[in-house]
Design a protein around this ligand. Sequence first.
Ligand code: NAP
Length: 277
Amino acid sequence: MINGKTRLAGVMGWPVSHSLSPVIHNAWFRQTGINGVYVPFPVKPEELEQAVRGMAAMGVAGVNLTIPHKEWVLPLCDEVDEAAKRIGAVNTVLFKEGKMHGFNTDAYGFWQNLEERARFVRKHVALVLGAGGAARAVVAALDAAGFGTIYVMNRTFAKAEQFKTLSPKVVPLEWNANPAQMKEVDLLVNTTSLGMKGEASLEIDLSPLPSYAVVTDIVYTPLITPLLAQAQERGFQVVDGLGMLLYQAQKAFHIWFGQEPVVDDALRQKVLEHLLC
Ligand code: NAP
């Protein structure tokens, strides 16, 4: 029930109507018994500062930021956590005691999902496809997890090269459907938008991968992308991208409300139902 004690949180994006975050966080308010509500806020890029300052003034607990605001909100924050500084993007803001605290929970979300859903991940060599915003969080997570070599292969090679400043373990690669490095890869991660509903498929030959390799895609529409379907067919462990969304949200909820909500099959199912709508 919404009353005078209801806490408010939400997600700012442009556009934002596709966001699944309201489904996730509102399920957690019910689960934890916290009197709160989570809503989408369509905020134009040129009105971002005005919007976040207004939220702080209104006593909003916190907000998530999605495309295109993640990078632009960072300089507006009074304090920024290490992950956000490193990744160069803030996806969660906590409004507390007149200050704006910025966090990045995407790297946590990516790795937590992998830990939960893969049976075993050998942590020597990773191949990351793509060098966009989400790839930065993925590479930060792989670096923290202890991978020795992180290949970053991107259509625009210059962007892959920039990832060397993110981690000394990064080795940039030119875009190639048959990379020679494939036979040494323990973990392959797609962070490009290829394979997403309405986009072209990712053309890559997975046959040289070692039998123990894990293949994961952070694209989750569809849940089983053509890349994951090929990996499944070849008998590799596969991890879909929905869990990254759920776990980054879990950490944000904890930052705002001090409680760690549960990520379980019922929540996955609920979110999947919304995905299919
Ligand atoms: P982004 O910053 O726009 O990066 C897009 C990446 O895809 C770039 O590396 C781009 O290469 C590459 N790309 C696009 N079209 C391509 C093509 N035709 N051929 C080869 N490469 C192509 O986007 P992002 O924010 O990183 O998001 C990427 C994907 O991850 C999206 O589908 C998004 O929905 C998903 N995502 C999922 C989660 C989750 O929680 N599971 C979180 C964040 C993002 P260039 O650099 O050459 O343009």
